[in-house]
Design a protein around this ligand. Sequence first.
Ligand code: DC
Length: 221
Amino acid sequence: MIIAIDGPAGSGKTTIGRMVADALGFALVDTGLFYRAVTVEARRRGIAPEDVAALIRMVGSMRIDVSTAPSGEPGPLLSIDGRDVSREAHDPAIAADLSRIAQLPEIRRLLVEPQRRSARGDAVVLGRDIGTVIFPEADQKFFFTAPAAERVARRRRELDRAGGNATSDALMEQEIDARDRADQERDVAPLRAATDAIIVATEGKSVRQVFDEVMARLPKH
Ligand code: DC
């Protein structure tokens, strides 16, 4: 069974997706990690996001391993050719390149199969185009929404928990805004709810409330 959860950055996909996968004993596939892997490797090799031909060659020659264990088992969350890049993958310094690379149709196309392969069997799959492109036949599709200000506040709490970060709220809001716009306005696989997705407005709801709402809408199996 495949459960798709799409939505913008900070809408609660990861937190809820992990809880749902845990509760059901499913794998958790965070597809953003594939785009992050390509970005980290491009930066390491000094390939610019405009150099699409070099990026295509690079993707063909790199191995991306994404952990699908929902609750922090030992071992890296993300590795490239056996190198653990979990930390670099979430470095805010990669944000601009990440956005540009995620807009390239050629790269998106190359990442479709690896994403599908990583979610074989029972899985909760998180992303932007899971219900529309990666798993249009998903058993259940959710699309999470939350206003930008609330998503910034969540990111702030995450960063504070992770040991603090000097980024101001205004800067984070700008960054989230820029990322939303890039995700929504790209020609290929834009961030959009599938017509058969259940819209989950997470604004003002506790984690528990959103989790219960999602669990209540799952097909019985
Ligand atoms: O979910 P995330 O923040 O880790 O995603 C990183 C970037 O990858 C983000 O800019 C959107 C893009 N992305 C995408 O375009 N399609 C997906 N299925 C997942 C992520």
